[in-house]
Design a protein around this ligand. Structure first.
Ligand code: FAD
Length: 394
């Protein structure tokens, strides 16, 4: 098996890097936002995405008849990883998750309305699966959808909806059949975020980023805005989560932080002695380096398996990658705090902070990585059940 990139792929990577060099703008690129850098939450970030669109870099893997390039997933991977390394907004949510799910399951109306807007970077989405009593067990969602003549009326509450305060559309799951087994009574809807029945309340996280609670008060959704088949929503949500676990948890920021820590270890002294001479420090950084290579290769295996947009996304590969990469990201954050000692508490932006203050910020931010998109325990359950055939525990 060859894990090296071809000449064409490397040429594309170089083209992307040259574009990013030329577009350096701190208002658009901020690696210290860690995984939240991917969201497209300001006019500057929207304008940047429009530039990616003009270059034809959105929808690389989408079919040509839907405006894509029918290209290999490797190109999408190279683009997304390059964006993530710079802390630039990324293609995950629209192109990678919602677009691909609409291509597989959406009606012609939804495809013709949303796919061109996604390709033109003209629409941003919020994703609403979690509720106050339905997180890991997302199929327990209770947001009520009742049938009326021309559509559905939605009532209830979603929680942790990142992006709800700036998105244009809400990709949201609701219970359409309360009598069916829980996985079979859920339908996916698209709802405009400016609907007067929606109230969005901020929740601020320890990573200084905003997520939201969203209340639905008699929100009318026309039948045309049901995604795919009625009561099949949980199947689509599961597929979308497989895509999310890979597309929205990128590897390159982990490597960039490991490089920062390695540079620090090479240069810093503790009690007058170089840190690089300490066998415990050397052992720890060597181990992290080996683990980073495992995470990189797990990611590449997923790319190979997920190249075709029409195929069902690979489930256990996505869970294995997400579990390993995000747990490594946390171990790396712990190591940065430990090895830089008390100064690691200095905030991002402090001139004298080791690793430009990234230690304390990644320590706070990486907590989210093992929760969002399904916790590490949920990933382990998926691997146990679907890969190993072990019994269900809930
Ligand atoms: C900052 C942030 C942003 C988010 N953004 C979004 C978003 O945009 N859209 C969205 O829909 N959701 C979002 N989420 C929600 C996220 O997906 C959930 O928090 C996550 O799925 C866990 O659900 P929960 O918080 O209800 O925890 P719970 O499900 O209550 O879990 C609590 C603990 O119990 C463990 N646990 C639960 N069930 C099991 C089990 N069967 N076996 C073993 N252990 C178990 C969990 O691993 C966890 O450690 C976000 C969350 C955060 C923190």
């Amino acid at each position: 098996m060859d894990f090296e990139f071809s000449e064409e792929e490397l040429a594309f990577q170089a083209e992307v890097e040259a574009f990013l060099d030329a577009t350096q703008d701190p208002a658009v690129m901020d690696p210290a936002r860690e995984n939240m850098a991917q969201i497209v939450d300001t006019p500057e970030r929207r304008a940047f995405m429009a530039q990616l669109s003009e270059k034809g870099w959105l929808g690389i893997t989408w079919p040509t008849e839907l405006g894509g390039k029918a290209g290999s997933g490797v190109y999408e991977y190279l683009l997304n990883e390059a964006l993530a390394r710079r802390g630039a907004p990324q293609i995950g949510k629209g192109v990678g998750i919602i677009g691909k799910t609409l291509i597989r399951h959406g009606s012609d109306k939804l495809k013709s309305e949303f796919l061109p807007k996604i390709l033109a970077a003209e629409v941003e989405f919020a994703v609403g699966y979690s509720e106050p009593d339905a997180g890991s067990d997302a199929a327990a969602m209770k947001l009520k959808a009742e049938k009326v003549d021309d559509g559905w009326i939605l009532n209830g509450t979603k929680i942790w909806t990142t992006s709800a305060h700036f998105a244009d559309w809400y990709w949201v799951g609701a219970r359409t059949d309360p009598d069916a087994p829980k996985h079979h009574g859920i339908t996916l809807f698209l709802v405009p975020m400016d609907h007067p029945g929606l109230t969005v309340n901020a929740i601020w996280t320890m990573g200084d980023e905003r997520t939201n609670e969203v209340h639905f008060d008699n929100v009318h959704v026309p039948d045309d805005y049901v995604v795919g088949e009625l009561n099949h929503g949980f199947q689509y949500i599961s597929e979308a989560l497989d895509l999310e676990r890979f597309t929205m948890f990128t590897f390159s920021p982990i490597q960039a932080r490991l490089d920062l820590l390695t540079e620090y270890v090479k240069a810093a002294k503790r009690d007058g002695r170089p840190l690089k001479d300490d066998p415990v420090v050397r052992s720890r950084i060597a181990r992290l380096t080996a683990e980073a290579e495992v995470a990189r290769v797990l990611g590449l295996r997923f790319v190979a398996a997920a190249t075709h947009v029409e195929g069902k996304p690979p489930t256990t590969q996505a869970s294995q990658y997400k579990l390993y990469a995000t747990e490594l990201s946390k171990r790396l954050a712990d190591a940065s705090m430990d090895l830089a000692g008390p100064e690691s508490l200095l905030a991002v932006g402090t001139d004298t902070a080791p690793m430009r203050g990234r230690a304390e910020s990644t320590y706070r931010y990486t907590v989210l990585d093992t929760i969002g998109g399904g916790t590490s325990e949920v990933q382990k359950n998926i691997i146990a059940r679907r890969k190993l055939g072990l019994p269900k525990n809930f």
